[in-house]
Design a binder for this molecule. Structure first.
Ligand SMILES: Nc1ncnc2c1ncn2[C@@H]1O[C@H](COP(=O)(O)OP(=O)(O)OP(=O)(O)O)[C@@H](O)[C@H]1O
Length: 286
């Protein structure tokens, strides 16, 4: 005789108390193309997890399934013990925030306004409060401005609050995206290629920032082609190839797995050339 559903649920919750994101057997098909094939991944509270894989492996598609942008063809995603809500903005409210491969800031808004947009998912003000500038709206605005300023400082953007985001240097725009994501008060932050286009110094600063974010108690899931960055940063790494998980485990295990080396370089016997070896800091798709 089977166990009552409530009891079974309770057992699962007790066993996996700190599993924040739980993707089970996710498959995403576009017509005849299976972009993600039966991928499972868990992210625990306070953990930094990396998702790697050659171009076209399905990383971004999988991210889109995790953030409610795509509904998986098969499989299931739960966040904080509940099924993922059907709309991305509801997912944000549940505590998951992301950045995109291509920067998506509001270019004609200042840095601080961009961060404040992130906060609106949390504020209580409604349209009537705002139009008539009722006291609740004014109070919230003052608190939001202060908080936005703190977030800008946290990501290392001091003194640029009034600068239009399009006038910020590239590396700063990437930080601003992270500040805006943090403004939604997430439990989990998903970063899609956060160091793309960055110079080595900016990449190091991005690494420090992600450690600082984890130290706040957040979990981070990051897609990245820069292997040195990933293996320095992540507690655990999952490598996707042609839509499926090839290897998953602690960074040093994944880094030295011949199948991963083969997926990136093409042949396990290929000698790792100092300048082009993607597992030692090169860029896989360069
Ligand atoms: N909306 C879509 N419609 C049809 N095919 C798609 C769609 N999005 C992605 N694909 C295909 O799915 C596969 C996986 O793409 P995806 O962008 O997820 O890979 P990726 O690992 O993120 O690659 P990259 O590292 O280049 O960003 C590719 O073959 C891509 O062409």
């Amino acid at each position: 005789m089977g166990m009552p559903v409530e009891e079974a649920m309770q057992q699962v919750q007790t066993m996996d108390r700190n599993v924040l994101l739980d993707a089970r057997n996710v498959t995403m098909q576009f017509g005849g193309l299976i972009a993600v094939n039966d991928v499972s991944l868990q992210v625990h509270s306070g953990e930094i997890v990396g998702l790697i894989g050659p171009n076209g492996a399905g990383k971004t598609t999988f991210f889109n399934c995790l953030t409610g942008l795509y509904k998986p063809t098969f499989g299931m995603v739960t966040f904080d013990g509940k099924p993922l809500p059907p709309k991305p903005r509801m997912v944000v409210r549940e505590g998951m925030a992301r950045t995109f491969q291509n920067i998506r800031l509001f270019h004609n808004m200042t840095a601080i306004e961009n961060v404040m947009v992130g906060m609106y998912s949390r504020t209580k003000t409604n349209a009537i409060d705002a139009v008539f500038r009722l006291p609740r709206h004014r109070r919230e605005e003052i608190a939001s401005t202060r908080r936005a300023q703190e977030l800008l400082e946290f990501v290392g953007l001091t003194g640029v609050g009034d600068t239009l985001s399009r006038n910020l240097p590239y590396g700063d725009q990437r930080r601003l995206e992270i500040a805006r994501a943090l403004a939604t008060e997430p439990k989990l932050l998903l970063l899609d290629e956060p160091t793309a286009g960055m110079n080595p110094q900016e990449t190091r600063q991005a690494e420090e920032l992600i450690f600082k974010i984890r130290d706040l108690g957040l979990a981070v899931l990051v897609i990245e082609h820069d292997m040195r960055f990933i293996f320095n940063l992540c507690d655990r790494v999952s490598c996707l190839v042609r839509g499926a998980v090839l290897v998953e485990g602690p960074g040093d295990v994944v880094q030295n797995d011949p199948r991963v080396i083969e997926a990136y370089i093409g042949s396990p016997a290929a000698p790792p050339a100092a300048t082009t070896d993607p597992l030692n800091g090169g860029v896989a798709d360069a």
